[in-house]
Write a protein that binds this ligand. Structure first.
Ligand code: SF4
Length: 135
């Protein structure tokens, strides 16, 4: 399968939560702009329903969870699926470090929310580099 060999950046669903939107925006920034050749993503619900092909990918490749809040649904899903979790990020942690960057809303993050997503994306990209350097 094409996605094999890449790091999987898996965000939570975060429906109705602006911080979930930030996590997904950060993921897209990583897989489309910052590290398109090294990273990819997959729908978290496919792990939840135990899709065989996705389970195999998550178990055979490094996975990074990106969660909107401390419930950490993505991290818990990867762990309970026995996926190869190598790092976890939570948007609330990044917001705590950058208190002025509160997103405006769920559908429109606004400049501050987008900046928060970019800061998180850089952190994820850095972690991907560490993973690949240690292979
Ligand atoms: S981690 Fe938080 S924001 Fe994300 S899906 Fe779970 S409850 Fe929603």
């Amino acid at each position: 399968m094409l996605k094999d060999g890449k790091v999987f950046v898996i965000p939570c669903s975060g429906i109705g939560k602006a911080l979930g939107t930030v996590g997904r925006a950060a993921m897209y920034e990583v897989v489309e702009k910052l590290r398109p050749n090294e990273a990819t993503t997959v729908c978290l619900p496919l792990l939840t329903i135990r899709d065989e092909a996705v389970l195999k990918l998550a178990r055979n490749n490094s996975c990074i969870s990106v969660d909107g809040c401390p419930f950490q649904c993505a991290r818990k899903n990867i762990e309970s699926s026995k996926g190869k979790l190598v790092a976890s990020f939570v948007v609330t942690d990044v917001l705590r470090e950058n208190r002025g960057l509160k997103p405006e809303g769920v559908t429109e993050l606004g400049p501050k929310g987008l900046k928060l997503a970019s800061i998180l994306a850089e952190k994820i990209a850095g972690r991907i580099d560490e993973i690949n350097n240690n292979r």
